[in-house]
Design a protein around this ligand. Structure first.
Ligand code: HEC
Length: 109
């Protein structure tokens, strides 16, 4: 192989590993957010975000609310919804992302 081909093969390999790494990181984040959801939210909003009685469904919340609205509700609470400002900022951010993106349901690229 010429050194040019070597470089090309090496950069293709690098790009592939980076893509795989970022996929894995994303999966980890989704898993962490899912765990946070189960610990903090599922009791009221349901394990799948299906909602019940006065507790709104969250699985489709991204179609009703913007990320900022969800973040605001999480930080300050609203009516019967308690505030979650005891969670770390990153944890709330992860939850917002998790909910807005449909609770980890694989999106078609
Ligand atoms: C003690 C029960 C309870 C828990 C626990 C709870 N919620 Fe709620 N949540 C509610 C209620 C009740 C409402 C409706 C508030 C209202 O009527 O304004 C609500 C509303 C919401 C809304 C607005 C939905 C909409 O369609 O307007 C979001 C977003 C939300 N909750 C997210 C969460 C998240 C994320 C967690 C976990 C960190 C959580 N909630 C935990 C009771 C709860």
């Amino acid at each position: 192989m010429t050194s040019r081909t070597n470089t090309m093969v090496a950069s293709a390999g690098l790009a592939l590993s980076l893509a795989l790494l970022s996929r894995a990181a994303q999966a980890d984040e989704t898993q962490a957010a899912a765990a946070l959801y189960q610990q903090n939210c599922a009791a009221c909003h349901g394990p799948q975000g299906e909602g019940i009685a006065i507790f709104p469904a969250l699985a489709d919340v991204g179609s009703r609310l913007a990320a900022e609205d969800v973040a605001e509700i999480l930080e300050h609470g609203r009516n019967q919804m308690p505030s979650f400002d005891h969670l770390a900022d990153e944890e709330r951010a992860a939850l917002v992302e998790y909910l807005i993106s449909g609770m980890g349901v694989e999106k078609q690229d």
